[in-house]
Design a protein around this ligand. Sequence first.
Ligand SMILES: [Zn+2]
Ligand SMILES: [Zn+2]
Length: 180
Amino acid sequence: MCEMSNNDEPSLQAKITLLTVELERMKQAHEQEIAELKRTSDLMLCEMRKSMENEKTRIANEIRKQCELERLRCVEEAKRKQWCASCGREAQFYCCWNTSYCDYPCQQQHWSRHAASCAQTRANNEASTAAGGMNSLQPVITAANSINPLAMHADGVSAQLYESLVELYAICLWRAKCER
Ligand SMILES: [Zn+2]
Ligand SMILES: [Zn+2]
């Protein structure tokens, strides 16, 4: 029994060494695997963070763009409307380029200040003075009043400039739509 164990000792020792080496190798492989997993998950996290950041920026830009469009829409709506040259309320009657009134009393009140610059008076000087000075008012119908053909005749430069601005604005709107 004792002899046998003495004989087996070297091979047992060799086995232990072999197993130790194997264990060491497995430990290293395991560490490598863990390092690899950590690297992969770090990469994934980084990727996720980046895409979330991108999404956040995209949404912020989208909201900013929508706000800007809304602002432009409001400005356009306000521009479409005409305002009483006398009291500042929304105008119902059109006198001439850039001048409208909410009602006749406002026109009467404003006439002393407006008469000199009234384009209608300049256009029909004779008829107007014959009618006692003040011009006939026309109802404000649509936004088309802003580019009124009458106004174009009376004040060609301003009307042309205005038309160019409207055109430019339309181009801007179209571009904003395309970039969306
Ligand atoms: Zn008024
Ligand atoms: Zn006028």
